[in-house]
Design a binder for this molecule. Structure first.
Ligand SMILES: [Zn+2]
Length: 422
């Protein structure tokens, strides 16, 4: 059990742990090289001004971070670095799994600079970051100013960025998930998937709403069929490879996608076990921050800002589907707790009260060691639903008591203060 002293130490740590803007401490101001004749107008709208005024700082933080993630998705850090050092000074990295290019550092001019589309690192000046931080250091801007300027450069076509390629990859992934969905709904090979969904009481409506799919056994043959289908849809083989669609093992697939068409991969639920595999390598590569902050389902901002009075955190993506089928829509999956501090912030954008189910004997350990250190001062927005005993998980409670029983348990969750006084 954790003492109160440790608790207050954690809270104080949380209060100082806001992650809104990366710190920039360098004074260099090299000139942005746009060519001799081009004049560049700095866009007038900083990201801050796009935040609707009625929202709290915590919520505004979610929207600000979201705008930054969108910008990072669109930027190409390699292209940006090359504008300062010249493309010939950045060569393909032999260790291509970590960094795509290696060469001259735009900051210290050494030759120990490594860069991908997402991030950079220099082994000489020890600076590292993403396209926004690189540009901010080089131009002597704050990160906020750098965001506005970079968005303007992309919009004006001065920077090519990643967007065109990203859109293509999302389309390929979207086509693959449509293919899996078609197998589940219409193919004779999809029958085991249909039978399994019927056993789980998942309706066709829920199946279609979440765009569930099915991968039959013998998936290497199936992968060949999928590739042929994608080529038939007009996609080029190198792009299909780049999208890393792959074919998960047999099971029901659940696409991980956003309402704006960003399609990142899928979770695969094996039929005869409770095992789930996640296939989000492309997302991890291309959108590292968003990957770390993801929750399921992805919120649609700003529509979902403080949309629900309470939100229940569950144990898996599949739990979200099962509870949705029972009419519970205020449910999210945030991944394992150990590394989920950032997704906690995303979830808090949805609600003023996030309810976390906890087994009785784990209450103190989980609250103090895993959850509070990631709360960044928002501990008053957490509630705890204590499960009946250590043997039952949330879905057991749902099966025994139904959606109404679960909702009744969500009405008065324990607060942090109540946990402390136990
Ligand atoms: Zn350097």
């Amino acid at each position: 059990m954790v003492s109160r002293r440790t608790f207050f130490k954690n809270i104080m740590g949380c209060l100082g742990a806001g992650i809104v803007w990366p710190a920039i401490g360098y004074g260099e101001t090299p000139v942005w090289n746009l060519g001799e004749t081009q004049e560049f107008q700095v866009p007038a709208i900083p990201i801050h001004d796009k935040i609707p005024p009625p929202f709290s700082n915590a919520t505004a933080g979610v929207l600000t971070i979201e705008a930054i993630e969108d910008l990072l998705d669109d930027l190409d850090c390699i292209e940006l670095a090359a504008r300062y050092v010249g493309t010939k000074h950045l060569e393909r990295n032999k260790d291509k799994y970590k960094y795509e290019k290696h060469g001259r550092c735009p900051l210290c001019r050494c030759d120990e600079f490594s860069v991908t589309r997402q991030k950079f690192e220099c082994e000489q000046c020890y600076r590292e970051g993403n396209a926004i931080t690189l540009f901010a250091i080089l131009e002597g801007l704050t990160c906020r100013e750098a965001c506005g300027t970079l968005r303007g450069l992309l919009d004006a076509g001065e920077l090519r960025g990643n967007k065109a390629q990203q859109v293509l990859l999302w389309k390929i992934m979207g086509e693959a998930t449509a293919f899996f969905h078609d197998v589940l709904c219409h193919w004779p090979e999809g029958q085991p998937g249909r039978d399994w969904l019927a056993q789980q009481h998942i309706s066709q409506e829920t199946r279609d709403m979440w765009f569930l799919g099915y991968i039959p056994p013998h998936h290497s043959e199936f992968e060949t069929e999928l590739n042929a289908h994608l080529v038939g849809q007009g996609f080029q083989t190198p792009d299909i490879k780049d999208a890393r669609v792959g074919v998960p093992a047999e099971g029901v697939t659940l696409p991980i996608q956003e309402a704006n068409g960003k399609c990142w991969g899928y979770v695969n639920h094996h039929l005869n076990t409770t095992t789930e595999s996640i296939y989000l390598r492309r997302m991890e590569d291309l959108s590292e921050n968003r990957f770390a902050r993801r929750i399921f389902p992805f919120p649609t901002w700003p529509r979902d800002v403080l949309r629900y009075e309470t939100v229940l955190a569950v144990e898996s993506e599949w739990d979200v589907i099962v509870l949705c089928q029972a009419g519970l829509h205020n449910v999210v999956y945030m991944g394992g707790w150990g590394d989920r501090k950032r997704s906690l912030r995303t979830a808090l954008g949805l609600t003023s009260c996030l309810i976390i189910p906890v087994r009785p004997s784990y209450l103190f350990g989980r609250v103090f060691d895993e959850i509070l250190p990631g709360m960044a001062g928002y501990h008053d927005r957490l509630g705890f639903l204590v499960l009946p005993d250590d043997e039952q998980d949330l879905l057991d409670v749902f099966r025994a008591e139904g959606a109404d029983g679960l909702q009744a348990r969500m009405i008065n969750p324990l607060t942090v203060a109540q946990v402390l006084s136990m």
